[in-house]
Design a binder for this molecule. Structure first.
Ligand code: SAH
Length: 289
C-alpha cells in the first residue's frame, strides 16, 4: 500500500467488498482503532524468536502486524467466510509466516507457541482462557470485555471477586493494561473492553490439589454471600457428597480438630482468600471424589 489509509476505512472497505455482515453471535467486533492496535502489538514485545497464537484473527487487523514482528503466527478463525478473506489477503500481501487454521479455537489442539496476542471473541472468554493455561507459554496479551477483565483480577471482599478470580489466582498473574472504548470497534459493542496481560505462574501448582480446589471454589461461589459452611453444604453435590449429614459430620469433626477451620467455615465466600479456600480444599481432599 503506497498511501496510508485509516484502519477504520480499510476495515469497512474489506467488509463491504466481500459483502460481509458481522455476526454478533460469533463475537465479531472488529478493531478499527489504529492507536490501540499499536499499543496491543507493542505490549507483546515481539521478536523473530516468537511464535504467536492468535484466536479469532478476523480479517487480519492484528495478524498482519504480528506477522511483521514475530517469527511465526498461528491464527485460528472459526468463520469460514472470514477465514477465506484473510487467507486471500495474506497471499496478496505476500505474508508467508502465518499458519491459518479454520476451526473452533475451544476445540482444536494448539500447535506449539510461546506468546498469545488476541482480541478475543468475548463469548468464549472463559473456556479459552482456561484452555490457554493448560499450555506452557511466556506471555499473553488479551482483549476482553472490561467486566470480565475486572473479574479476572478481582480482589478478596470486592464485587469483582469471583470464581474466575479464585481459579486464576494460582495459575497466572493478571495485569490490567488499558481500557478500550466501544467506538474502537465495528460494530460497537455495548460495553467497554480492556487489554490484559496474563503470565503463567513460574511455580506450578500441584494438579491434584488444584482439581479439588476447583470443585470447592465452584461450590463456594454458587453462594458468594453465604457462610462457607452453608455454601458447601448447599452445593455438596459439586464436591461429591449426596448426603447432607455425612458432610456436616466431616465439617464438625474438622472444626473440632482445628479452630482455624472453624474460623474459615464461618466466613462468607467473598471474604475467603484463595489461600484460605486452598486450606479448606486440602482438608476436604480425602473426602472429595
Ligand atoms: N482480531 C480481529 C477480530 C476480533 S472479533 C480484530 O481485532 O479485529 C473475534 C473473531 O473471532 C471473529 O472473527 C470471529 O469469527 C472469531 N471467532 C468467534 N468464535 C470463535 C471460535 N470459537 N474460534 C475461533 N474464532 C472464533
Amino acid at each position: 500500500m503506497s498511501e496510508k489509509i485509516s484502519l477504520a476505512k480499510e476495515t469497512k472497505r474489506i467488509l463491504q467488498e466481500n459483502d460481509i455482515k458481522l455476526n454478533k453471535n460469533l463475537g465479531q467486533n472488529y478493531l478499527i482503532d489504529d492507536f490501540k492496535r499499536k499499543k496491543i502489538i507493542n505490549y507483546g514485545n515481539l521478536t523473530k524468536e516468537d511464535t504467536v497464537l492468535e484466536i479469532g484473527p478476523g480479517i487480519g487487523t492484528l495478524t498482519i502486524e504480528l506477522a511483521k514482528k514475530a517469527g511465526k503466527v498461528i491464527a485460528i478463525e472459526q468463520d469460514t467466510t472470514i477465514f477465506n478473506i484473510l487467507k486471500r489477503r495474506l497471499e496478496k500481501e505476500n505474508i508467508t509466516n502465518v499458519e491459518l487454521i479454520n476451526g473452533d479455537a475451544v476445540k482444536v489442539d494448539f500447535p506449539k507457541f510461546n506468546k498469545i496476542v488476541s482480541n478475543l471473541p468475548y463469548q468464549i472468554s472463559s473456556p479459552i482462557s482456561f484452555k490457554f493455561l493448560n499450555y506452557d507459554f511466556d506471555l499473553a496479551i488479551l482483549m476482553y470485555q472490561k467486566e470480565f477483565a475486572d473479574r479476572m483480577n478481582g480482589k478478596v471482599g470486592t464485587k469483582q471477586y469471583s470464581r474466575l478470580s479464585a481459579m486464576l489466582y494460582f495459575k497466572a498473574d493478571v495485569k490490567f493494561l488499558t481500557k478500550v472504548s466501544p467506538e474502537s470497534f465495528i460494530p460497537s459493542p455495548k460495553v467497554d473492553s480492556a487489554v490484559v496481560e496474563l503470565k503463567p505462574k513460574e511455580e506450578k501448582i500441584n494438579e491434584e490439589d488444584y482439581k479439588v480446589y476447583s470443585k470447592v471454589v465452584k461450590a463456594l461461589f454458587q453462594h458468594r454471600n453465604k457462610k462457607a459452611r452453608n455454601a458447601l453444604i448447599d452445593s455438596r453435590h459439586i464436591i461429591g457428597f449426596k448426603d447432607k449429614k455425612e458432610l456436616k459430620s466431616i465439617l464438625n469433626n474438622a472444626e473440632d480438630e482445628n479452630p482455624k477451620i472453624k474460623e474459615l467455615l464461618l466466613e462468607r465466600t467473598i471474604n475467603l482468600s484463595p489461600e484460605s479456600i486452598m486450606e479448606l480444599s486440602i482438608l476436604l481432599k480425602d473426602h472429595i471424589n
